[in-house]
Design a protein around this ligand. Structure first.
Ligand SMILES: [Zn+2]
Length: 281
């Protein structure tokens, strides 16, 4: 059976580094947030003019141009039909033994994998230490301003972003909220994966850095040998594309340990953190 690897996590939890590391495997290729790229809510003309991280527009990208030509030809408006077209083109373009990486992070996309028959979806859930996560979020919020209000007037974006909008602009101003939000959102993903019998592997950002056997474990889960790695390969339209232009060698982000931020945290958040971030085999 053909395999798809899906990566799910909160933002700033090491998923980009994981995605990039996996796409260095000769048999794996990254496509960013595929469900989002294929969303029927966005006009095809608009997507065709978006940039792929291979350096071309979607309409000129060697991979995505084929996908959208076929979507137009078959007039596929259903999300799942489009995903099947994506898969069909993927396997004919690269070969049946290749594996696409879909880093659609959010549950709204992850739940769609239930609709795919005849493929085995292997989900990697990444989680980062609550102290590192909250610190990283605070730093990035200092750099960014509030999430712009114009976002909620763009309906297509709004569908994806309204919860984030409320979080950014209101809830995160409440002291202690962030660590609770971290637990609440991570737990929601875990519960979903459990309840729907997803075949998943939990990897923390800390394990990714400090367990030297971690890639054996990941490739074993995917069903590939941990072979000599090459350059990462990707056609990413939606997702953390900026990451691909920077130096992304695996290096633990120690800022939160160095700066020693004050953390307001409920005991159950600490317990959750210990269990899901720092315990691994
Ligand atoms: Zn491309």
């Amino acid at each position: 059976m053909k395999t798809i690897v899906s990566i799910t996590s909160l933002e700033r939890s090491g998923s980009t580094i994981l995605d990039l590391s996996l796409s260095k495997h000769p048999k794996m290729i990254s496509f960013g947030e595929v469900w989002r790229t294929l969303s029927p809510g966005r006009s095809i003309d608009r997507v065709k003019n978006m940039d792929c991280n291979c350096g071309h527009k979607v309409k000129d990208c060697e991979f995505w141009s084929k996908v959208f030509e076929q979507i137009e030809r078959e007039k596929s408006i259903k999300w799942i039909e489009r995903y099947y077209i994506f898969l069909e083109i993927f396997y004919s373009f690269y070969g049946d033994d290749f594996i696409p990486i879909d880093s659609s992070k959010f549950l709204r996309a992850i739940e769609k994998f239930k609709l795919l028959d005849d493929y085995q979806v292997k989900t990697i859930f990444t989680i980062r230490d609550v102290r590192g996560w909250t610190y990283s979020i605070k730093l990035s919020e200092k750099r960014k301003k509030e999430m712009p209000l114009k976002l909620i007037f763009d309906f297509n974006e709004f569908k994806w972003q309204w919860k984030a909008y409320i979080r950014y602009n209101f809830l995160r101003k409440v002291p202690g909220w962030l660590s609770y939000e971290w637990m609440y959102r991570n737990r929601k993903i875990l519960k979903f994966l459990e309840k729907n019998n997803y075949n998943y592997l939990k990897i923390s950002y800390e394990e990714l850095n400090f367990n030297d056997k971690v890639f054996d474990k990941i490739f074993n889960f995917i069903g590939l040998n941990n072979t000599v790695l090459q350059n990462s390969k990707a056609h990413i339209v939606d997702g953390n594309r900026t990451a691909f232009s920077k130096d992304l060698s695996l290096r633990y982000d120690l800022k939160w340990l160095r700066d020693k931020p004050i953390n307001i945290m409920l005991p159950q958040v600490g317990y959750f953190n210990k269990k899901y971030v720092w315990e691994w085999d």
